[in-house]
Design a protein. Structure first.
Length: 190
């Protein structure tokens, strides 16, 4: 019996929301030459967390608002550089959402730290701080997924597998590129 090749995921189209799971949608920011740039994630249905709003492009922020509207309750970032976070304050103004950010981030409503949780009506997101002062990944507990931004781009930080072992992580939502359906080889205990 021939082995069937897995179906490749659909292409990432900048500016178009794509459902990745029951609680997770992705909108890619337009990158150079129309290629997909940074992934912005919308977590939740009734209440929404925005992860990595991006560099502040007004069209991208309008797409986010169009997808989440008044249900956007929180904004978080994996990193606080302009590429990931410049749109956070404008998105906060447009939506009235709470901005949770690294200590010292101007305009934040809450300074986040390791172990903090957003406890929404449908899900819980837990903050996992990396050793770099303003870098975080987020564990979406109900779907056993990590929203990692680009923090796994050069490999998973050494301490992360042990810190998320109890979560039995299944998927990874990266800062660029396709959603990773099988996280086990990446986040396996070292």
């Amino acid at each position: 019996m021939p082995v069937e090749e897995p179906t490749p995921p659909p292409p990432i189209i900048p500016g178009v929301a794509r459902a990745l799971s029951p609680l997770l949608r992705r909108i890619a920011h337009p990158g150079e030459n129309g290629e997909p740039g940074l992934n912005t994630y919308l977590v939740g249905i009734d209440e929404i967390v925005i992860v990595d709003p991006g560099p502040g492009d007004s069209e991208h922020l309008d797409v986010i608002c169009g997808c989440g509207g008044d249900r956007i309750r929180w904004i978080v970032m994996t990193q606080t550089s302009d590429y990931y976070a410049a749109g956070a304050l404008e998105l906060k103004k447009k939506t009235g959402a709470e901005l949770w950010a690294a200590p010292g981030f101007t305009g934040a409503d809450k300074e986040i730290g390791d172990g903090d949780k957003i406890d929404a009506t449908e899900f819980v997101i837990r903050v996992v701080a990396l050793s770099e002062g303003d870098s975080y990944v987020y564990v979406l507990e109900q779907e056993r997924s990590i929203l990692a931004g680009d923090l796994f781009e050069n490999g998973v930080p050494d301490d992360i597998p042990a810190r998320v072992k109890k979560d039995r992580i299944k998927t990874i939502a990266p800062g660029h590129g396709q959603f990773i359906e099988d996280a086990r080889p990446i986040v396996a205990l070292k």
